[in-house]
Design a protein. Structure first.
Length: 82
């Protein structure tokens, strides 16, 4: 199930940041590679919350500087909610 959830997280990130899914790798930085602004981060968090029925703490979200960080954080919240 984690692989399915991870694929959905990548799909959401690609959609929010308007990039191809193959460009969304765990090493990519939201700020450096996707030029993320706060509004995009908030939009991503809201979409992830809705998709997975989780609650993301915005302070924690700010600590997720890479795609890999965001995936691991989100998967952790999903696992904790099951």
């Amino acid at each position: 199930m984690a692989n399915e959830n991870e694929a959905k997280i990548i799909e959401i990130i690609a959609e929010i940041f308007e990039v191809e899914e193959d460009q969304v790798t765990k090493e990519k930085s939201f700020v450096d590679d996707f030029h993320a602004k706060s509004i995009k981060i908030i939009e991503m968090c809201a979409t992830l919350e809705d998709e997975f029925d989780i609650e993301i703490d915005m302070e924690d979200a700010r600590k997720n500087s890479t795609v890999g960080d965001a995936i691991n954080y989100t998967l952790g919240l999903i696992a904790a909610s099951e």
